[in-house]
Design a protein around this ligand. Structure first.
Ligand SMILES: Cc1cc2nc3c(=O)[nH]c(=O)nc-3n(C[C@H](O)[C@H](O)[C@H](O)COP(=O)(O)O)c2cc1C
Ligand code: SF4
Ligand code: SF4
Length: 438
């Protein structure tokens, strides 16, 4: 039976599913119910410094992108950090931790980028006996204009400096939450490591405008006729997050640095993917906001069932297993030949594969045979790109089949060797070497 218990930088939780710092974690009322529903941990909604709390807009603060069946696939917000008084949050954090000692309770913090501000807030949070802190270097709107959030996360020197203060002035484990709004996420990750962070978490939200109201010519969400960029998240953000997690997991300079994976986690499978690419646990925001706290039940049971099926007893057993298979393009095997195959029993003859291949790929799918509508791949033209698989409306109707060694690729006339060969030794590469590099 799979053991889902999680130990992330010494912070223990009964499962690897934490709620990310956001509205689901902004008060004891929510966090208590989240724990009752089964969440392993939470990162409390970001706290700011003592004094008058921030003020949110009083109009719409969310935007969304939907699939054609109205499922929310992308989510955008212009919300700021907590707008509740610091002392109230601290009292509630302390009480909730007391009530739920077996759950992870991490506190997200964002204060101005000066030593005194960090020095002042750290003991207040430490006093709550929370398990750790997460540094919000990612909020891309509102707070960044005030020199915090992403404005810090985008400057590796600042990241390193603030992490260093946190390690110096607190005993709590430090998780540095990174912004995706950078060219190369490895740079802030390395800086966080140099500053002594215990872990990184990513991603925070992506700069975005979800749409334009064409009647009043304002970006949405529109506040009295004007809009601003927000932070994008939800399922549509997952591919960007996975890439960034993988980048950090395989970077020599941050190898072994614990990662909390965030971005579009909606099902157990999403979580398994983050973990396989090197995350030690995951955090969830949009899915909880859209479907409620109870989705964690399916995440927990789904992950446990899959682990049982695969024979993984613990999260550690498969964490990072896929990151070793993330490589650079130049190392991909150019002697791996695949062809698309259409299952005629499943094909509904809609013709979409033909149009896609004909207009934008390699004219490799016939639409007619013996005068009747018929869709079949012509192996002598197919380059194996799999565009047809992606546009076919019937799942598993088109599959990609690898050619066995010794067979002839009808398109090129070459025999498939079954040997690994990549761009580094390819005759067309002016920089080729004699032995393939891996
Ligand atoms: C409405 C909203 C408010 C958020 N507030 C915070 C915040 O206060 N601090 C923070 O670190 N991240 C905040 N986030 C970002 C989330 O914690 C998370 O990084 C992001 O939404 C990606 O995860 P998801 O795709 O599961 O939503 C917020 C996200 C949303 C949607
Ligand atoms: S795999 Fe690409 S080239 Fe081959 S049939 Fe499909 S779309 Fe055409
Ligand atoms: S897209 Fe799929 S279902 Fe439609 S014709 Fe092609 S193979 Fe058949």
């Amino acid at each position: 039976m799979a053991d889902l218990r999680n130990n992330f930088v010494g912070i223990k939780s009964p499962n690897p599913f934490w709620l990310a710092s956001a509205p689901p974690t902004d008060k004891a009322y929510n966090v208590e119910r989240a724990f009752k529903a089964g969440w392993g941990g939470v990162v409390w909604k970001t706290l700011g410094e003592e004094g008058p709390p921030v003020v949110n807009v009083n109009g719409p603060r969310y935007g969304a992108i939907w699939s054609s069946d109205r499922r929310l696939v992308g989510f955008n917000n212009i919300e700021l950090i907590t707008d509740r008084p610091l002392q109230l949050n601290l009292q509630e954090i302390k009480q909730v931790k007391k009530n739920w000692p077996d759950r992870a309770l991490v506190v997200s913090i964002m204060v101005p980028c000066n030593e005194d501000s960090w020095k002042a807030i750290l003991p207040l949070v430490e006093e709550t006996e929370a398990d750790g802190i997460e540094l919000n270097f990612g909020c891309p709107h509102g707070m960044s204009e005030r020199g915090m959030g992403a404005a810090v996360g985008q400057v590796p020197e600042y990241v390193e400096m603030v992490v260093r203060w946190c390690k110096q002035y607190s005993r709590m484990p430090v998780i540095t939450k990174l912004t995706p709004n950078v060219t190369d996420v490895r740079r802030p990750a390395r800086a966080a490591k140099n500053g002594g962070t215990d872990a990184v978490s990513l991603i925070n939200t992506i700069n975005s405008i979800t749409g334009v109201d064409l009647d009043n010519m304002s970006p949405t969400p529109s506040i009295d006729g004007k809009g601003t960029h927000g932070g994008y998240c939800g399922p549509a953000a997952k591919p960007i997050a996975l890439h960034m997690v993988a980048d950090i997991a395989r970077d020599k300079e941050t190898l072994g640095l614990p990662i909390s994976g965030i971005g579009g986690v909606t099902t157990w499978r999403d979580a398994a993917e983050f973990i396989a690419l090197g995350a030690g646990n995951v955090q969830v925001c949009t899915a909880a906001m859209v479907y409620g706290f109870k989705i964690v039940e399916e995440m927990v049971s789904g992950l446990a069932n899959w682990m049982d099926e695969k024979g993984y007893r613990t999260i550690e057993e498969f964490s990072g297993r896929a990151s070793r298979n993330v490589t650079d393009w130049q190392f991909l095997n150019l002697d791996y030949i695949t062809k698309a195959t259409i299952n005629q029993d499943l094909c509904i003859k809609c013709g979409r594969c033909h149009i896609a291949c004909e207009d934008t790929s390699h004219q490799a799918i016939m639409k007619e045979k013996n005068g009747v509508r018929h869709f079949e791949v012509m192996n002598d033209e197919c380059v194996g790109c799999n565009l047809c698989v992606n546009v076919c409306p019937v799942e598993d109707c088109i599959t990609m089949e690898a050619q066995a060694p010794g067979t002839v690729d009808e398109r090129t006339g070459r025999i498939v060797t079954g040997k690994y060969s990549n761009w580094t030794t390819h005759p067309n590469n002016p920089m080729r070497v004699t032995e393939p590099a891996e």
